[in-house]
Design a protein. Structure first.
Length: 327
């Protein structure tokens, strides 16, 4: 399942992390929200079921555009595929994998019998992902029903479900779990290596979420949403070992919850803020938010850089338990 590398070169949205995710700076501690960060204008609300939004460079500001209208009950896990030149994402609640051809806006989806929570491209073609209770190869035919081949079972505990995941630049798959009772810190972050061996990397997690790596592969970023923190770890690219956990950024409670993340070509971290109506960019050196991009939806869930020129940030969202007349 090792992924190959695609090079993106132009800042600030060009995604170094997408090199590995799509085909395949050390930070300081203790950052908190910076209320003086620039805020760019967003379109008005009322875009019901917003599932993917595009944030593009436009001079010194960003343009937010709806690229697909749902509804999306729980959109998650956006993934740009540079070979297929399209965007994939999942709807966890509806058990769907979605594909958007960004040039034509042609949309196709496949519904599975169990939930798919995250995806990654498979070397040689196809996709892998976290589905149901484990890790599988997914088959998405242009006609007919989708199928999957389970490769690794991660849990048999019905009180636990699999959440966000991502490949590192060596093609190892990182994926986390959460307790269905989210007040319990029973989640675990797993690493599935190239031999399909499973390694438990982080314990006592409430909501395992966004993952990313610094440009030089020396730092791994990892979000526990209900700790309101994006952590960072020293990362050994060769072995996949992580150590020396510290806090990159802590979000104030009541102002939104950090969810999925990605890393751009300048090494800055973009985080979707659930219940916060925004995505934010965090400086890896200071841990401070330096840009806020308001979104026309209450619950942005995750983000991924992609597009033909690798200059677009795609943002998934959730309308579940939200008044759709307002979202």
């Amino acid at each position: 399942e090792q992924q190959q590398e695609q090079v993106a070169t132009q800042p600030p949205l060009k995604n170094e992390e997408a090199h590995a995710e799509a085909e395949s700076g050390t930070a300081t501690t203790g950052g908190t929200s910076d209320t003086t960060a620039p805020v760019v204008e967003a379109p008005s609300t009322g875009q019901q079921g917003l599932a993917a939004a595009r944030v593009s460079e436009g001079g010194e500001a960003y343009r937010v555009e709806r690229v697909w209208e749902g509804p999306s009950l729980l959109g998650e896990g956006p993934m740009w595929h540079p070979v297929d030149q399209c965007l994939y994402w999942v709807d966890v609640t509806d058990r769907r994998v979605n594909r958007l051809q960004v040039m034509t806006r042609e949309h196709k989806s496949w519904q599975f019998p169990v939930a798919v929570s995250c995806l990654a491209p498979l070397q040689g073609g196809g996709l892998v992902g976290a589905i149901g209770t484990g890790f599988a190869v997914l088959h998405l035919p242009e006609s007919g029903e989708p199928t999957f081949e389970m490769k690794v079972e991660l849990t048999t505990d019905n009180s636990i479900r699999i959440n966000d995941g991502k490949c590192d630049r060596k093609g190892r798959f990182w994926v986390g779990t959460i307790a269905r009772d989210m007040s319990k810190p029973d989640g675990i972050l797993y690493l599935i290596d190239e031999k399909l061996q499973v390694h438990e990397k982080v314990h006592d997690i409430k909501i395992s979420n966004g993952l990313g790596w610094s440009l030089d592969n020396s730092v791994m970023y990892y979000t526990d949403s209900l700790q309101y923190k994006i952590f960072k770890y020293d990362f050994d690219e060769t072995t996949g070992q992580i150590s020396n956990q510290s806090v990159l950024h802590e979000f104030p409670e009541g102002l939104g919850v950090p969810d999925g993340l990605t890393v751009d070509a300048d090494g800055y971290i973009w985080s979707a803020v659930w219940n916060g109506y925004e995505v934010v960019r965090i400086n890896p050196g200071t841990g401070q938010i330096d840009t806020r991009v308001p979104m026309p939806c209450q619950r942005p869930t995750s983000c991924m850089i992609g597009g033909i020129n690798m200059d677009t940030l795609y943002v998934t969202s959730c309308c579940r338990d939200v008044n759709e007349s307002e979202e």
